[in-house]
Design a protein around this ligand. Sequence first.
Ligand code: PGA
Length: 258
Amino acid sequence: MSKKIFVANWKMNPQTIEEAKELCNLYIQETSKYPNITVVICPPILYVEELSGLLAASNVANLFLGIQDFFWEESGAFTGEISLNMLKKFNIQYALVGHSERRYIKGETDEMVNKKLLAAMWSNITPILLIGEKEKDDFKEDIFIDQLARGLKGVEGNEADRLVIAYEPVWAISSKSSGQSDNPDNTVEAIKTIRNILRKMYDKNFIDLPMLYGGSVNSGNIENFLSRPEIFGAAVGSASIKKEEIPFLLEVVSKQSH
Ligand code: PGA
């Protein structure tokens, strides 16, 4: 688990498939320079089919396609939803689950997050479970215990290594009025707390899963986070669609990846 991970959550951007292809091509070009990192792009679902073709043709083995959301059932009367069954032919490798914008704007509960997480694991897609406190002065440990116990319900000890966890304090997300990144010392503490909770939950000395940080990561601060050995990567929103930032961001991830 030494390759650092860069997860690009494009959210509801860009507005056209042409721009999405351009962005994807930039990721292909830049990621191909750094075989020592793992890059996951999570575009809007509408672009997945086309971008999956671009990625397949590019043959860049360390650049993967992720999805921002999906529904946990395979088929049926679920208006507006899309199943993993429909998406699997596009070679999806990762799926975000529990992003705060889905929890707090769309009303997703930990129980729904759990259903998605299990569905992703059953489909051999690596879930990236996002957890974090809503307000800066919230008591983190209790929140983590709750989000992990409910979000990981049904995940056995021998499966716990098949996920990625991103610590993403909601107050630190760039679109919030409070949106300023956490400081790396606090993030390291939070990650240690999460690891301790997982050890207790699974009665294991060591759970070998990557822990990422997300929340206003950009080219000005990414090195401060990724230079910390406890932080295995970054989940990046707004900076991940800025063409002028992407080359530098990936260069830093590579420099910090051993
Ligand atoms: P941000 O978003 O990098 O724009 O803060 C992070 C996220 O929401 O995953």
